[in-house]
Design a binder for this molecule. Structure first.
Ligand code: DQA
Length: 145
């Protein structure tokens, strides 16, 4: 049975109250509920968030070790974490998909957000569709099985 880890980086637990003009008003709790409810009968979805780069890297190792597919919103780590990039490469290097997602469209925002150090090793990128970006990523994972 396919297992999907939906991994989220720093500050995403503040969804709903953090910059709602940019990230929308869906709360973190609502997003977790909606994504877990979106699991089909033949897959499992685990949704997690951390502010800790080390923990995020460990979860990526877990994906590699358990053959899990990954939806990853690296949040601000997107723009500077080479350590996270290398951990994503561990997963995609093992033949497992990692879809990088963003709620906002970083390319339409401040210049420092225009570069992702993750995209070059991700399977694909979905950005700018609000919290629907996550659901589109799940659809992309299912389509490539
Ligand atoms: C984000 C975009 C990042 O630039 C930002 O640091 C985030 C959220 C997004 O989902 O739009 O925390 O990844």
């Amino acid at each position: 049975m396919p297992s999907i880890l939906v991994l989220n980086g720093p500050n995403l637990s503040r969804l709903g109250s953090r910059e709602p003009d940019v990230y929308g008003t869906t709360t973190w709790a609502e997003l977790v509920t909606a994504l877990e409810a979106a699991a089909t009968a033949d897959e499992t979805i685990s949704v997690r968030q951390t502010n800790d780069e080390s923990e995020l890297i460990q979860w990526l190792y877990e994906a590699a070790d358990t053959s899990s597919e990954v939806v990853l919103n690296p949040a601000a780590f997107t723009h500077y974490s080479y350590a996270l990039r290398d951990a994503v490469a561990v997963v995609t290097g093992a033949g497992l998909p990692v879809v990088e997602v963003h709620i906002s469209n970083p390319h339409a925002r401040e210049e420092f957000r225009h570069n992702s150090v993750i995209s070059g090793v991700a399977t694909g990128v979905i950005a700018g569709f609000g919290v629907d970006s996550y659901h589109l990523a799940l659809a992309a994972l299912r389509a490539r099985r």
